[in-house]
Design a protein around this ligand. Structure first.
Ligand code: SF4
Ligand code: SF4
Length: 428
């Protein structure tokens, strides 16, 4: 079992209720207006909604003091974008796990059969159609119609396989990003293959909602398929897919004969090597939104098992030493370097960036089932981008793009939202 709430009892017990997880570290704060880091506590304003509050709820559940079937518990548990900002902030001063107990709490509810009614169709769609969007799997490869690209569903192998991901495959507005990605890679001389109608979900949505069995099924079959197709590199533009493949797939213990690469890393490499030249000036003031799954959540998670002893009355010594993932090793520089490589661009940072970035609001199943919360969270990010005078937000994740675009439209805000691939394509 990947997610067992009991594995996190010590972390949950040691939560000091200090509330540091509600804010970026003090040294990183630049203003009161953008000083919060947790969409859930900022929106719902009760401690239970914060990382620390979720530790208390998880502990109560593990100790049998709360019932999995409690509707109010489920309401709180799923009003969270699973963005991991609480985890990075807590770990500024601690070694406690905060995000994984959040995942494990969800898995506990699902394991007890207490999943939410609105998650039923998503899981059904994953089981039947290999995507969480209620789309027919036979239409999956349509985004690539007419492109000069090797479709591996018709046979053959490829060393570089492009995984478009569910939203880039099915969202009519966003699938242009998948097409442009393939065109850019081809123009840089990369022989790329796609799995067409045989591509399937990465399993991220199932994992984040707590459906471990479904997640493992997707992850294992993706690894097997990519190995069998001779992949040396699996490239994706979807940050959710990248994050789960980097951080969680390795925990399944299957040999992955390929490297997982996000398109922002690949573009950065191709630009540095001179294989992609950007010559067109784009006189635009842009900022960059760090997708949680490309940033802090893409660090490989190493679960700790061993013995702990207390020394000097309060210090915890672990044997073996624990690998602490604080979000520092996420992908932060490559997308920024790509943006800076665009002639004429005026790049400006927002206040909350890198491992302390504010979430776009779409994660953890929130966009699909609680769109008002997702849009509010994205609206906060747009306000932050406006506060630094940006005309456009560049990002590198389909879910961030969908949600930020929806929020800008719903709230009547003048803000362009661009995928990093679109920006590079425009600069060619
Ligand atoms: S999760 Fe960490 S930062 Fe939050 S209240 Fe607990 S100990 Fe403090
Ligand atoms: S994962 Fe994100 S939304 Fe959920 S409690 Fe932590 S900071 Fe808040």
């Amino acid at each position: 079992m990947l997610l067992d709430l009991n594995d996190y009892r010590n972390d949950m017990k040691r939560c000091a209720r200090c509330s540091i997880c509600k804010w970026p570290p003090l040294a990183q704060m630049k203003s009161w207006r953008f000083s919060q880091n947790c969409p859930a506590i900022s929106r719902f304003n009760f401690h239970a909604y914060s990382g620390g509050g979720r530790m208390a709820l998880g502990l109560a559940l593990a100790e049998g003091k709360l019932d999995e079937a409690d509707e109010e518990l489920s309401n709180i548990v799923y009003r969270c974008t699973a963005c991991g900002a609480c985890d990075s902030s807590c770990k500024y001063n601690s070694e406690l796990e905060v995000l994984w107990p959040i995942y494990a709490t969800r898995a506990r509810l699902v394991g007890a059969g207490c999943f939410r009614e609105e998650h039923g169709p998503i899981i059904e769609s994953l089981r039947r159609e290999d995507n969480p969007l209620m789309k027919s799997k036979s239409e999956r490869g349509r985004w690539a119609e007419g492109l000069d690209v090797k479709d591996l569903s018709k046979g053959g192998q490829a060393e570089v396989i492009y995984h478009a991901g569910c939203l880039y495959s099915f969202d009519p507005e966003l699938s242009k990003v998948a097409r442009e990605t393939v065109t850019l890679l081809r123009s840089a001389g990369v022989e790329v293959g796609i799995r067409g109608a045989q591509e399937s979900c990465c399993g991220s949505m199932a994992f984040q909602l707590g459906f471990q069995g479904e997640f493992i099924k997707f992850a294992e079959s993706n690894i097997d398929d990519w190995n069998a197709l001779g992949a040396r590199k699996v490239v994706t533009s979807c940050a959710c897919g990248f994050g789960i493949m980097k951080a969680v797939y390795p925990l399944l213990g299957k040999k992955m004969k390929f490297e997982v690469v996000h398109i922002s890393q690949y573009l950065d490499e191709l630009i540095r090597e001179g294989k992609l030249q950007l010559s067109k000036k784009i006189p635009l003031r842009v900022t960059y939104h760090d997708p949680c799954n490309l940033g802090r959540k893409s660090e490989e998670y190493v679960p700790w098992k061993g013995t702990e002893k207390k020394v000097l009355g309060q210090l915890i010594v672990r044997e073996p030493e624990k690998t602490v993932h604080r979000g520092w090793e996420g992908v932060y520089d490559p997308p920024r370097d790509v943006i800076r490589a665009v002639p004429g661009i005026n790049f400006v940072e927002m206040e909350r960036i890198r491992e302390y970035a504010w979430c776009c609001g779409a994660g953890g199943g929130v966009k699909t089932t609680m769109d008002d919360f997702a849009l509010w969270t994205a609206g906060e990010r747009i306000a932050e981008a406006q506060s630094v005078g940006a005309e456009a937000i560049v990002t590198a994740c389909s879910w961030c793009e969908r949600n930020l675009r929806d929020a800008a439209a719903a709230q009547g805000k003048k803000m362009q939202v661009l995928d990093i691939v679109e920006l590079v394509k425009q600069a060619r």
